[in-house]
Write a protein that binds this ligand. Structure first.
Ligand SMILES: Cc1ncc(COP(=O)(O)O)c(C=O)c1O
Length: 390
């Protein structure tokens, strides 16, 4: 066909050499996915089986990341979501309906709790918040209409390690599914499916991304039957992910082992240093005996990551705790941990079922890639603010 230059802008005949190979996974962007013939057009969500049909369900870049997360978590299938919280919502919307009941640890990531008490409540789902250290005792909380038990181990901020196998056994005896927020473990330090979990989610935003520059989540299931329930829900929710973000996450995965290894050692050294400080009452780090559920961590985990909390001794006012945090020069103040920069946030914890009352004495740290000695020196120069009069 003799094409005008206008058409050539869209349908080019330009040639480039074939056979390029590189170590980087290419970024395939695309909403429209081309079909080879009129009769092959379909809009199936399951790209793994149906082939590519629409950008919303995946491009080779997004599917590569999903497949790698699935491989690392030893699951059957993984679907990606635009963030960790979107992964939590996908699990709830796929596996819960009006009249159902869900069990949630009181130590769960707060937006997970908020989803239940707002949107899910409006849609007729009821919830009970349980003591995260309940273990097999969860059996007593399971009702006729219970469909799902959420776990998160260790819990957000208060760091309770859960007896996931005992909870899974009790839940499975009553045909109830178990979901786990596996973000702290980066999907690799806790083998969720080997410990009885049915569905995991991760905020890839954290350790997998690793550089605080993307938002992504994943949901991984143990078998095909759960995948068949998850996929159609994700399709109607329309939760697309960006191939560019997935490309960054794929790059993050390549250095995950070295980052986690350094962070584990550094966080442990800092946690132990803090445990010896007179200002600190208790260190909530799963690898230290002072953390609730430490024995379970030892039994079930392959290692520890870099997020832990400290409980300060009674004495400092809320203002003094904030002054301590403000005085830090290397630790930045902010949410969404797991990157290269160490972060710190002071909390005020007075509420919750089965949780200890820490008031304003709880401070959470996320250790990054700075020198351990420099981070300790930074904490040392800021701790006197806890006793300095404003
Ligand atoms: C344990 C946990 N789960 C889920 C999320 C949500 O992840 P995202 O920020 O990607 O929505 C977070 C984020 O802070 C988290 O800490």
């Amino acid at each position: 066909m003799n094409k005008s230059w206008h058409t050539k802008l869209i349908h080019s005949d330009a040639q480039i050499p074939q056979g390029y190979r590189s170590l980087a996974v290419p970024v395939y962007r695309g909403s429209t996915t081309l079909f080879p013939s009129a009769s092959s057009v379909n809009d199936r969500w399951d790209q793994a089986r149906a082939g590519y049909t629409y950008g919303l369900y995946g491009t080779p870049t997004t599917l590569e990341l999903a497949a790698r997360i699935c491989e690392l978590e030893s699951g059957a299938h993984t679907l990606l979501t635009p963030g960790g919280q979107a992964g939590i919502a996908l699990v709830d919307l796929a596996f819960l309906g009006a009249g159902d009941h869900v069990l949630i640890p009181a130590s769960i990531y707060k937006p997970n709790r908020d989803l239940t008490t707002s949107l899910l409540k409006r849609f007729g789902v009821t919830a009970t918040f349980y003591d995260p250290t309940i273990g097999a005792g969860i059996a007593e909380l399971i009702k006729e209409e219970t469909r799902l038990v959420w776990t998160e181990s260790p819990g957000s901020i208060t760091m309770e390690v859960q007896d996931v196998p005992a909870i899974a056994q009790a839940a499975h005896e009553r045909n109830v599914l178990v979901a786990l927020d596996n973000t702290w473990s980066a999907g690799v330090l806790f083998d969720a499916f080997a410990h009885g979990v049915d569905v995991t989610m991760q905020a890839l935003t954290k350790y997998v991304g690793g550089h605080s520059d993307l938002l992504l989540g994943s949901v991984t299931v143990r078998d095909d039957a759960l995948y068949e329930r998850l996929g159609p829900t994700r399709r109607v929710l329309g939760s697309a992910v960006s191939p560019d973000d997935c490309s960054l996450a794929l790059r993050g995965l390549q250095t995950l082992a070295v980052r986690l290894g350094f962070i584990e050692d550094s966080a442990l050294a800092i946690a132990r240093w803090l445990a010896d400080r007179p200002e600190v009452e208790r260190v909530l780090h799963p690898a230290l005996p002072s953390c609730p559920g430490h024995a379970l961590w030892k039994r079930d985990f392959r290692g520890s990551s870099g997020v832990f909390s400290i409980v300060l001794r009674p004495g400092p006012t809320r203002e003094q705790v904030l002054a301590f945090v403000d005085a830090l020069q290397l630790f930045e103040i902010g949410y969404s941990w797991g990157g290269v920069t160490s972060l710190i946030v002071a909390y005020d914890f007075r509420h919750g079922t089965g949780r200890e009352v820490y008031d304003h004495r709880l401070v959470r740290l996320s250790i990054g890639l700075e020198s351990t000695a420099d981070l300790i020196a930074d904490l040392e120069q800021a701790l006197p603010k806890l006793t300095t009069r404003g």
